[in-house]
Write a protein that binds this ligand. Structure first.
Ligand SMILES: [Zn+2]
Length: 186
């Protein structure tokens, strides 16, 4: 097969040279107004072409590689649950579920299908006002009384993560932070 990025022949969808070149994670923390600490591993612009693969079948391979490379720098955390933000698999697979599985390799207990959005209107290119007046309306079906981190691919305004945080807190979940691949503000 060919490397998705440089098109050279590779046994992996992303060759070793491109991983070294593009996927060197540098953790950074943004604190949202709700107090939620969001750890991102990349600036959005650095890995945008890879992030955009989530709407295509080969995104399944790319997101597994992204999770492996990005989360390798994170400390192991056996006592935290990883809650994927809206891991809906209508498109064939869920990219946030792949990220939660990646965290499971760092010791996190990954939970699937417990935080689902009722409203999936696209936020792409929309204003903060639009996002505020069209909340995701999350439903949480997991247990309370646990320590959890939210997992998503991108943080933009932070509204989605804060909404998810609020829903989990109302169910008695101790939300310790969020982990995303990329922060648009970096
Ligand atoms: Zn390559």
């Amino acid at each position: 097969m060919r490397c998705h990025s440089c098109r050279r022949f590779s046994f992996s969808p992303l060759c070793g040279a491109c991983r070294k070149l593009y996927l060197r994670p540098e953790p950074s923390i943004r604190t949202l107004p709700s107090g939620l600490n969001v750890v991102s591993l990349y600036a959005y612009d650095e890995i945008e072409p890879f992030l955009l693969t989530k709407h295509h079948p080969h995104g399944w391979f790319i997101y597994r590689i992204l999770a492996k490379e990005a989360f390798a720098v994170l400390e192991r955390a056996e006592h935290f649950h990883a809650v994927a933000v809206d891991d809906d698999a209508t498109g064939g697979y869920s990219h946030t579920a792949l990220l939660a599985k990646g965290l499971a390799k760092r010791g996190y207990r990954s939970m699937h299908g417990v935080l689902r959005a009722q409203n999936r209107v696209s936020y792409s290119g929309q204003s903060r006002e639009f996002r505020l007046s069209n909340p995701r309306d999350f439903r949480y079906s997991g247990p309370g009384g646990i320590d959890a981190v939210l997992v998503d691919d991108i943080v933009t305004t932070g509204l989605t993560l804060q909404e998810a945080q609020g829903v989990l807190m109302r169910h008695g979940v101790n939300v310790r932070g969020a982990i995303v691949l990329a922060d648009v503000d970096r």
